[in-house]
Design a protein around this ligand. Structure first.
Ligand code: SAM
Length: 294
């Protein structure tokens, strides 16, 4: 683990400085770093994915526990520092690239590495990271929807993202991420984090949150693709009535012939608003649409 002085020295040695645009706020409270790693209960047969290697401080802790660590850093200068810092670990695979191919997809090479790690080690696939604010939500959504899914996520995120992960129906923060997480597993807020635990200090508060996937819950969703389309269809118009949203149906949902039947069978009032539906109601609607499409 690296102290603030260690990180400052490494950056200065490489002639670089923290880049605010890339969310480079390094976690310098080593007790909190340890807490996050310990909460994940990483086992030697587990593979861990970390988004945002930074200078490799957190990665070292992960590498000492996991069978394999796949870590991704966009910034070439930081990736160069981390490569040197992590050279002694043979179980670390570092990708110097943007984790996302686009908002809806993790880069193919990274997906392939995760699949391979799952095959090689046979344990869980865990996301454990101090996530960059610009891609954190998209990464987590992708690791729920697949094609490769995480069994658990233990992350630090901006306070607003943490609120979205845990928000219940009817709350202002309730949205796509809340539905995806709560429909497939259990989300727990762990700690509130003031700006002072990072260097440089971000302008907003942060939080540590855990998510544990429950396969028996996830298996109730018959098609993740349709589930996602349903959430997008309604949540893109969260304050309209459900019956008014269906005219925006696209992709697989254009095949849905009779929306009033879908709402009736799903026991959902078509006059209600998307922000009021529970994750279970989203699953019911998506499964009925999936049946109609077959
Ligand atoms: N893990 C480090 C720590 O806390 O000590 C650094 C975490 S910092 C909050 C986030 C890191 O993610 C930065 O190093 C940043 O360069 C990197 N990053 C930002 N956007 C990224 C992206 N799209 N893909 C991969 N890495 C990214």
């Amino acid at each position: 683990m690296q102290t603030k002085q260690d990180i400052e020295k490494l950056l200065a040695g490489a002639g670089t400085m923290p880049n605010r645009r890339l969310g480079q706020n390094f976690l310098i409270d080593l007790n909190l770093m340890r807490l996050l790693v310990e909460t994940a209960h990483i086992q030697p047969q587990d593979a861990v994915i970390e988004i945002g290697t930074g200078t490799g401080s957190f990665t070292e802790e992960l590498a000492q526990r996991a069978g394999q660590v796949i870590t991704v850093e966009y910034d070439t200068a930081l990736a160069g520092i981390a490569r040197v810092q992590l050279a002694r670990f043979s179980n670390v695979q570092l990708f110097n690239m943007d984790v996302l191919e686009n908002k809806n997809a993790i880069q193919r090479e990274i997906l392939e590495a995760m699949r391979q790690a799952q095959d090689d080690h046979g344990g869980r696939l865990l996301l454990v990271a101090n996530l960059p604010y610009n891609v954190g939500s998209a990464v987590m959504a992708n690791l729920i929807l697949g094609p490769v899914t995480a069994d658990g996520m233990y992350v630090t995120v901006q306070k607003e993202v943490a609120e979205r992960m845990t928000a219940r129906p009817g709350h202002a923060e309730y949205g796509t991420l809340s539905i995806l997480m709560q429909a497939t597993g259990t989300v727990r807020p762990l700690r509130k984090l003031p700006p002072s635990v990072f260097w440089p200090r971000p302008q907003v508060d942060s939080a540590m949150v855990s998510y544990e996937r429950d396969e028996s819950m996830a298996a109730q969703i018959h098609s993740m693709q349709i589930f996602k389309q349903i959430i997008n269809l309604f949540m893109n118009h969260r304050r309209k009535m459900l019956k008014a949203c269906v005219k925006f149906a696209q992709d697989d949902l254009v095949c849905v012939r009779h929306w009033p039947d879908v709402f009736e069978e799903a026991c959902v009032d078509p006059h209600s608003r998307p922000e009021e539906l529970t994750p279970r109601q989203y699953i019911n609607i998506a499964n009925l649409c999936f049946e109609q499409k077959r």
